[in-house]
Design a binder for this molecule. Structure first.
Ligand code: TYD
Ligand code: MG
Length: 503
């Protein structure tokens, strides 16, 4: 018999408390606690807040009275039927099979393919193209004889058919892409089990679009609430691990990123992908922020076309297009995103403030990092930014996390303050420390190669002069600076010959 109890959840990070709190101890946000009624069975609760009995009711651990782990790991069950610890050597370390993913860009982000039995959360703003991406991936699996079941919670089956046709699929000729329009979790699992019964050998990818529309009768809360999302996501994750069929969970994130949904699921899935647009155009990026089966930091750049998503040619210079010429307040650096190199233009505008408190508006770079770099400029390079409004942005809507862009951000600021342009053929690369020292960045070679390919002929780099020979690489002149002051002087000095860089 289920009994009711009340819990309080943080809408931001999902932190759970028995009483209401003004400030969340998890994420330190104020006024984010919301009350939830949950029904509780008398069994001992599992770590995810649902018990073995719940699991049985939702279709798991069939035959094993005490839940999923026993069914998945018979080695761990002793002669008395109880669980016991298993030595590492007895655990099968065989590499899990990966399903091929197309386009290769997305496969790369997933770590080389989709691991069987894995759970992937795809988060993104509404309308960015999550359903389009997953339908496209689904169609490529169907063509490899992998089954796809698309759980349609958001759209009608007719809309999904229209989308698939738009992406070049002919439902009358090709088979294997099934739609399951069911959002009630228990009925959904029942239907999945029935559909997959007797078809154990053939992999089947399950796409739940979206997890916010699912609801279980085990939880007394409205669909889309933190408790429902946590519960339904958890049950589907268990389903993937126990059956070996990979599951994709789609989760909406709002612009401010504070919607409870996807964040709550991050710790229970294997891979978290974020799908984002760039600068309001057709460019879309998929990045992995967590990946148990690969690295994070890989980035897939794609373009939304009228017939679906396609990889972008020349993605390396995507954030440079539209540069007009050498103008004050602009500097280019080469940043790494996983294994790929992108040339990125940082723009800054520094103007004296008309109001009491100067403004600082930053887009595409961490605000605090810009504050720190401004402080270093003031203290170590003698630039007075005190009474100035400061605006910094990454051209083309990109985002920079790479510390190697420090020096370029500073050069853009200094260039705007002094009203002197950085020569258009000059690349700026270096990580800056609090004492004003400039360090070399990792993986310099590939960055310089990319810049050289696109017409840059001079690079200002961090590093110690004594340890480095002045040299040229790929026709690029490399100038080293060991301090911020020196680097700014080199970046802003007017050079005699005509700069021949990319416009
Ligand atoms: P959608 O995948 O429905 O977004 P989400 O699932 O993230 O909410 O796609 C949203 C937009 O993409 C929609 O405005 C239409 C556009 N679109 C294209 O430009 N080309 C296409 O081939 C498709 C299918 C959609
Ligand atoms: Mg959608």
């Amino acid at each position: 018999m289920a009994k009711k109890s009340t819990r309080f959840y943080c809408k931001g990070c999902g932190h759970e408390e028995l009483r209401w709190l003004g400030q969340c101890p998890g994420c330190r946000e104020w006024n984010t606690f919301t009350e939830m009624n949950i029904s509780k069975t008398s069994d001992t609760k599992g770590s995810r807040g649902f018990s073995a009995k719940d699991k049985q009711q939702t279709g798991f651990g069939a035959g094993a009275a005490s839940g999923g782990a026993q069914a998945a790991w018979p080695e761990a069950v002793g002669p008395d039927g109880r669980m016991r610890p298993v030595p590492l050597r007895k655990i099968n370390s065989a590499d899990k099979k990966r399903l091929r993913v197309e386009p290769a860009e997305v496969a790369n982000v997933l770590g080389g393919g989709l691991v069987e039995g894995s759970v992937v959360l795809l988060g993104g703003e509404p309308g960015v193209g999550k359903s389009t991406l997953l339908t496209g991936l689904g169609l490529s699996w169907v063509r490899q004889d992998i089954r796809v079941i698309y759980v349609a919670g958001e759209e009608s089956p007719a809309q999904i058919r229209m989308r698939a046709e738009r992406l070049g699929f002919d439902p009358n000729k090709e088979d294997g892409f099934d739609i399951l329009p069911e959002v009630h979790l228990e009925t959904l699992l029942e239907a999945l089990r029935e559909a997959l019964a007797g078809d154990d050998e053939r992999p089947c990818v399950i796409i739940a679009d979206s997890v916010q529309t699912l609801h279980s009768e085990q939880v007394d809360a409205y669909p889309g609430s933190p408790t429902q999302i946590k519960y339904c996501g958890g049950v589907l994750a268990d389903f993937a691990r126990q059956t070996g069929h990979p599951v994709f969970l789609v989760g909406h994130v709002t612009k401010s990123g504070d919607l409870a949904g996807p964040k709550l699921l991050e710790h229970m899935v294997d891979t978290v992908l974020y799908f984002e647009g760039s600068g309001g155009g057709a460019v879309r990026m998929v990045r992995a922020v967590k990946n148990r089966f690969g690295t994070t930091g890989e980035l897939a750049v794609m373009e939304m076309r009228s017939d679906g998503l396609a990889p972008v040619d020349q993605a390396g210079v995507l954030f440079l297009s539209g540069r007009r010429g050498a103008e004050p307040g602009s500097a280019v650096c080469a940043v790494k995103n996983g294994s790929r190199t992108f040339l990125v233009e940082v723009q800054a505008l520094v103007s004296s403030s008309r109001y009491g408190t100067p403004q600082r508006v930053v887009q595409g770079v961490d605000n605090k990092r810009v504050g720190l770099l401004c402080a270093i400029l003031e203290k170590r390079a003698g630039m007075d930014l005190g009474g100035c409004d400061i605006f910094v942005k990454v051209a083309g809507g990109g985002r920079i996390d790479d510390p190697g862009a420090d020096l370029a951000i500073m050069a853009a600021l200094a260039s705007s303050l002094r009203e002197r342009p950085v020569p258009i053929d000059t690349l700026i690369l270096g990580e800056v420390g609090l004492t004003g020292e400039v360090r070399q960045v990792a993986d310099m070679e590939s960055r310089l190669r990319e810049a050289s390919r696109h017409g840059f002929s001079r690079a200002i780099l961090g590093g110690d002069k004594s340890g480095r020979k002045a040299r040229k690489m790929d026709g690029m002149e490399m100038v080293t600076a060991s301090s911020v002051e020196e680097a700014m002087r080199l970046a802003l000095e007017s050079r005699g010959r005509k700069a021949g860089g990319r416009a």
